[in-house]
Design a protein around this ligand. Structure first.
Ligand code: ADP
Length: 855
């Protein structure tokens, strides 16, 4: 039978209802996932090939990703039922419940090669069950409450039933009592009747009396001698007939003397009236002491045949039991009533306390809800606080308790400390043992004790970072945090690492100090001029250089007045220019010393400093005494001038002889000699130009150069110089655009020198570029001349310096020269009140310009 292909198998598996996915590697890269699984994840097929964490970033912080790691590493199977997972569904994090299994699938060597991940979404089942459980619990609680209520009601009912029973018993007892009384009354009257009937026959009486069930006695005569009595009374008296018969009543029962009976007997005897009394107490002396009885008694007169009353028939019925029973009943009734009252009271109390309980219960439930919300609020604010600390852009942490346990710490702080978050939860002394012997632990302890905030400015700390002790500087705040009882139990630390700024500051201070020393050592005077008020400040060295010994401070005007006339205007102009345009100020000038009037040479360098946005500016710099230098230079210039002068005489004679020999050789037709002499002549001319240059320098420097001005045609001058140059040059083509006749006043020779110098430089420094363009035009009322070549050009930075004495650009040192040509040119143009400058670009070429005033 043909087997299914891998693709078919996968297709079948894709359609299974059980959510299934296969993952590989420790990162649980999703190899495949069927539709059911994608549905649970709320993702599409694009998650395939991604790690589980990338596919479902919301799983970060949940246990599943670590479980996959374990399953992969340890080859286990992890499963769970009703497990909650927070998944991003429809863009919202929702809790879903699963039965799941992560099963490591292993090859024959027991090596895990994939994880089979199956899951069933049991959210509905789980939530249903939860709802059911909740309903059952609620029902049970209701039933308990109802049962309690029923119990209370039934005990209430029982109590009232008992109450009713008592009342019933009481009623029946009193009914019984009444019946008894009625019966006794009836019997007593019946008895009296029969006695009356029998009274006349003693025999009969005796018999009757003896047989009477009621106790009777016949008392005869004034002494109440017991004549007849019966068994019933004898047994009540506890006497025998012999003991009592024929003896007066009070003899047998002397205790009756003090009781009301003897008087009543007397009354009956005397009046013949009947006395009926009920439930009267009578006390008899018994063997074991006095005893109280209650009796109903009837004293009836016994009349003789003659009608006189001679005796008393006393019928005595012991009703002690009845009375006692009634008394007991009454007592028990009172007790019952009391009990009843108490029960009622208890009942009321119970109801009241029941109500209270209900109220308390409600309050409890309410406070429980409050508590839960407070706890969650607290947890929320706590976590919000933690988040705040963690994300704060400054280094923050919180220490708790006196052990300074690191409770919360953000990455910034860990970075400063050079530690990882393993130190969280550790006491500071343990986390950073290097702090021992440094002041911080004690300061923090003091903050806990005093509850006062500590501010540390540029505090130096030695911290181990990457195993190396490092010195750092911090700005610190230790702020005590109090609990609800107002006790400081935590400290908030905010720290900023200012090591870099601090070190820079130290270096700056060092540099300033070094500069101060250098200024002192170089004997530099320093000055400061307020650009607006021109107030002058200076150091002691400047005062010494200027020879100023005045009492007050030297003013700007005083200082300017000392400058020699030659430089005075120039210096003021330069200062104004620097203040206005902000360029560098560098000037060499001479001035008269204050104290001795000696002429000294000074070089002053300065700069405008823009300070901040408000445009606050300062103009300051240094001045140095270069008198000695100047003197040396003068000596050198004199020397050069002297030597140049001495060299000129032999050169002039050499030139004469060469020309003489040349004309001779021409005459002889000796071409070789004529050519050699022409070359010699060129070299002599070159040498003469060089020597003239030096001579001019020395003249210039010593102020001996003078302009011989006359009216001249600049265009013609230029043509003449070009012509002259072309005589000795074959390598270059000079194109001249000088159509306009330009007449101005100037020193013909010196201007020619300038043009000649520019042309020879163009030839010299652009040997491989034939073209040279010369232009002469009028621009802005000035005559402007330019010489342009297409040579290698000069670095822009160097261009302004080309006109300095002896300056040579760095690029072309292979070409001979002394760096004086442009210097002399600039001096000449300067003295004509013109301007000279250059523009150049590397690889493109250079153009040198000069201008001259037209009149
Ligand atoms: P020198 O030519 O004797 O060195 P200069 O004062 O005439 O003295 O020139 C000063 C420097 O200016 C030269 O050394 C050279 O580096 C540079 N320079 C002058 N003209 C040119 C030019 N046309 N092209 C390139 N560099 C030039």
């Amino acid at each position: 039978m043909p087997l299914l292909t891998n693709e078919q198998l996968l297709e079948v598996y894709t359609q299974t209802k059980t959510a299934t996915a296969i993952h590989v590697t420790e990162d649980a890269i999703i190899q495949t996932a069927n539709d059911a699984m994608l549905q649970i994840w709320d993702k599409d097929r694009s998650v395939i090939g991604k790690s589980l964490e990338m596919a479902l970033p919301e799983l970060k912080g949940q246990p599943f990703i670590d479980m996959f790691k374990r399953v992969w590493r340890e080859g286990l199977t992890i499963s769970g039922t009703d497990t909650p997972a927070d998944l991003n569904i429809n863009g919202k994090i929702q809790t879903v419940y699963f039965d799941f299994e992560y099963r490591a699938i292993k090859d024959s060597k027991g090596q895990t090669y994939c994880i089979l991940h199956t899951a069933i979404d049991v959210t509905d089942r789980f939530l249903g069950r939860e709802a059911m459980r909740y309903a059952v619990e609620k029902e049970a609680a209701l039933q308990r409450e109802q049962a309690l209520n029923e119990e209370l009601a039934s005990s209430n009912e029982e109590l009232s039933a008992m109450n009713e029973e008592y009342q019933e018993a009481q009623a029946s007892l009193s009914k019984l009592n009444n019946e008894l009384e009625e019966r006794v009354n009836k019997r007593t009257s019946d008895l009296a009747e029969s006695i009356k009937k029998l009274i006349y026959s003693e025999q009969k009486l005796d018999n009757i009396l003896h047989q009477l069930p009621s106790p009777v006695v016949v008392l005869r005569g004034p002494n109440q001698v017991i004549e007849v009595t019966n068994e019933a009374l004898l047994s009540f008296w506890n006497k025998t007939e012999e003991e009592v018969l024929g003896r007066p009543m009070l003899e047998i029962f002397p205790e009756l003397t003090s009781q009301p009976f003897p008087n009543q007997w007397k009354h009956v005897l005397e009046t013949g009236e009947t006395i009926i009394n009920k439930e009267k107490p009578v006390v008899f002396n018994k063997v074991n002491g006095k005893r109280l009885y209650y009796v109903d008694y009837y004293y009836q007169p016994l009349t003789d045949l003659d009608g006189t009353v001679s005796g008393v028939l006393a019928t005595v019925i012991d009703v002690t039991h009845k009375v006692e029973a009634r008394q007991q009943l009454e007592e028990s009734q009172i007790v019952l009533q009391k009990l009843n009252d108490e029960l009622a009271a208890i009942n009321e109390e119970m109801t009241a306390s029941n109500e209270e309980l209900i109220v308390i219960n409600e309050e409890l439930a309410e406070s429980q809800v409050n508590l839960v919300s407070k706890v969650s609020e607290l947890a929320e604010s706590e976590s919000r606080f933690r988040l705040l600390v963690e994300q704060a852009p400054v280094a923050i942490n919180i220490f708790k308790t006196r052990d300074l346990v690191i409770d919360v710490v953000n990455d910034k702080m860990l970075e400063i400390w050079g530690k990882t978050n393993k130190i969280q939860g550790m006491p500071l002394a343990e986390a950073m043992p290097e702090l021992k012997g440094q002041p911080f632990l004690q300061i923090l302890d003091d903050v806990i004790t005093t509850g006062e905030t500590y501010y540390g400015n540029a505090s130096k700390a030695r911290i181990i970072i990457n195993g190396k002790e490092t010195e750092k500087y911090f700005n610190l705040i230790y702020k005590p945090l109090r609990n609800q009882n107002g006790v400081t139990d935590r400290i908030l630390q905010v720290a900023s690492d200012i090591t870099e700024q601090f070190t820079i500051k130290l270096e700056l201070e060092k540099a300033q100090e070094m500069m101060r020393l250098a200024i002192e050592a170089a004997k530099l005077g320093s000055w400061y001029i307020d650009p607006v008020t021109k107030s002058l400040k200076y150091n002691q060295m400047l005062a010494k250089l200027f020879g100023y010994e005045g009492t007050g401070s030297m003013t700007y005007d005083q200082a300017i007045a000392q400058v020699t006339e030659e430089y005075r205007d120039k210096i003021v102009e330069e200062i104004e220019k620097a203040i206005l345009s902000g360029g560098d100020y560098d000037i060499t000038y001479s001035q008269k010393r204050f104290n001795d009037g000696e002429i000294i040479w000074l070089r002053s360098l300065g700069k405008i400093n823009e300070n901040g946005e408000d445009g606050f500016r300062t103009f300051s710099g240094f001045v140095m005494d270069i008198t000695e230098l100047k003197k040396d230079e003068q000596r050198k210039n004199d020397f050069i001038g002297m030597v140049s002068h001495e060299l000129k005489t032999p050169l002039t004679s050499l030139n004469g002889y060469i020309q003489l020999l040349q004309s001779k050789a021409d005459g002889k037709g000796d071409k070789f000699t004529a050519g050699a002499l022409a070359t010699a002549g060129k070299q002599v001319k070159k040498m003469t130009t060089m020597i003239n240059g030096f001579l001019n320098i020395s003249r210039l420097e010593s102020g001996k150069i003078v302009l011989n001005k006359s009216s001249l045609r600049l265009d013609e001058l230029i043509h003449a110089v070009i012509e002259e140059t072309m005589v000795i040059t074959t390598s270059h083509v000079i194109k001249c655009t000088c159509e306009v006749p330009i007449t101005l006043s100037g020193d013909y020779d010196k201007i020619s020198n300038v043009v000649s110098n520019l042309l020879s430089n163009a030839i010299k420094y652009a040997p491989n570029h034939r073209d040279i363009d010369v232009k002469c035009e009028i621009i802005g009322g000035m005559a402007q001349v330019s010489v342009k070549d297409y040579g290698p050009g000069i670095d822009k930075v160097q261009v302004p310096q080309l006109f300095e004495r002896y300056y040579r650009a760095e690029t072309n040192h292979t070409i001979s020269g002394f760096g004086i040509g442009l210097y002399l040119s600039s001096e000449i143009i300067d003295r004509h009140n013109g301007r000279i400058w250059a523009e150049s670009e590397i690889g493109v070429g250079s153009t040198f310009y000069f201008t001259l005033p037209m009149n």
